[in-house]
Design a protein around this ligand. Structure first.
Ligand code: AMP
Ligand code: TRP
Length: 330
């Protein structure tokens, strides 16, 4: 069975963008592959943060993933800092990563532009990401479109290490992205991608009323000035993609007909979407509340996950050190 790996930062809420772009795919792939999913708190500390806050959000993210259907009986869910091999392999990979590759990463350019002082960890962020994936020798990585460039770099790093230390037969696989139909969900403002840092998100744990408030005011096809003006679903940047993700195919067809034929107004269209979204998200919210009240269970799941992850990561790091002439920790 081939392996998949993916990670999510605990720096924001679980929103509909990362749910549809990645997490829903984790849930559907976990039975098909040997799956490792990680709350990447070492990545989250590459930008300024508050320690107490990070602890809380790490826990919340784990709860969100479990509530969304990540099943510890069918995959390994863990917190990155509980598996020290991630940082170890990242250091090793730093010695095999060309500086120029790091400097041209789009996410680095965007994030560093917003910082007064740029720390080395922000630049080296994708090296840690490569270590995350390659520690488990994973070849498939379910992520959204914005991670494609980071995965290209993971392949460069894998290739560089292989050619130096395993020239006859590649030791590390070259990981490839696995995208969903919603590889890049646009935010409620209809401009950039849905992202916590822009503040244009719908959180998957928000109440039905909060979600309705956001859908109601979300931008639609500008051609539909009144409900009698016909529109084009492909010009509706948020609501139509959400219908395609949450509504059954018959409803999506109806949405297309009613929009093109001006047979209903955008508000009616949004009401139907709201109903279909809540059918999927309300149970997630309930499960999260249950887990939230059961702290010991969450701790036990994450501790067990870290132990399962270490069983694999320690073997990889031993092999890597052996081939690189580095004695093992005792
Ligand atoms: P992040 O929240 O940045 O840690 O992202 C977690 C996962 O969600 C990554 O695989 C991202 O590619 C994916 N993701 C984040 N935002 C979006 C979006 N607006 N549309 C699709 N996928 C997304
Ligand atoms: N950089 C990813 C993001 O922002 C998070 C991440 C860290 C990740 N390590 C990973 C994703 C390994 C996939 C595989 O979304």
């Amino acid at each position: 069975m081939s392996r998949i790996f993916s990670g999510i930062q605990p720096s924001g809420e679980l929103h509909v963008g990362n749910y549809l772009g990645a997490v829903r795919n984790w849930v559907s792939l976990q039975g098909e592959y040997e799956a490792f999913f990680c709350v990447v708190n070492y990545h989250a500390i590459t930008l300024p943060y508050a320690a107490a806050d990070l602890r809380l959000r790490t826990r919340e993210m784990a709860i969100g993933l479990l509530a969304a259907g990540v099943d510890p009986d069918r995959c390994t869910l863990f917190v990155q800092s509980q598996v020290p091999e991630h940082a170890e392999l990242a250091w090793i990979f730093n010695t095999l990563t060309p500086l120029g590759e790091l400097e041209r990463q789009t996410q680095f350019k965007e994030k560093s532009a917003r910082q007064e002082q740029v720390m080395a960890g922000l630049l080296n962020y994708p090296v840690l990401q490569a270590a995350d994936i390659l520690l488990y020798l994973a070849d498939l990585v379910p992520v959204g479109e914005d991670q494609i460039q980071h995965l290209e770099l993971s392949r460069v790093i894998a290739r560089n290490w292989n050619s130096r230390f395993s020239p006859d037969e590649p030791f590390f696989p070259e990981p490839k992205p696995r995208l969903t139909p919603t590889r890049r969900l646009v935010g409620l403002d209809g401009k950039g991608k849905m992202s916590k840092s822009i503040g244009n998100t719908i959180g998957i744990m928000e109440s039905p009323d909060e979600i309705w408030g956001k859908l109601r005011t979300a931008i639609t096809d500008p051609a539909r000035k009144t409900k009698n003006d016909p529109g084009e679903p492909d010009d509706c940047p948020v609501i139509y993609p959400l219908h395609r993700a949450f509504s059954p195919p018959e409803t999506v067809k109806l949405v297309e007909e009613n929009c093109r034929g001006a047979k209903w107004g955008c508000v009616e269209c949004k009401r139907v979407l709201h109903e279909n979204m809540m059918a999927e998200l309300a149970p997630v919210r309930e499960r999260a509340a249950e887990l939230d009240a059961n702290d010991a269970k969450v701790t036990q799941i994450l501790d067990a996950g870290a132990e399962k992850a270490r069983a694999v990561s320690s073997r990889t790091i031993a092999e890597v050190k052996e081939r690189m002439g580095l004695p093992l920790a005792r």
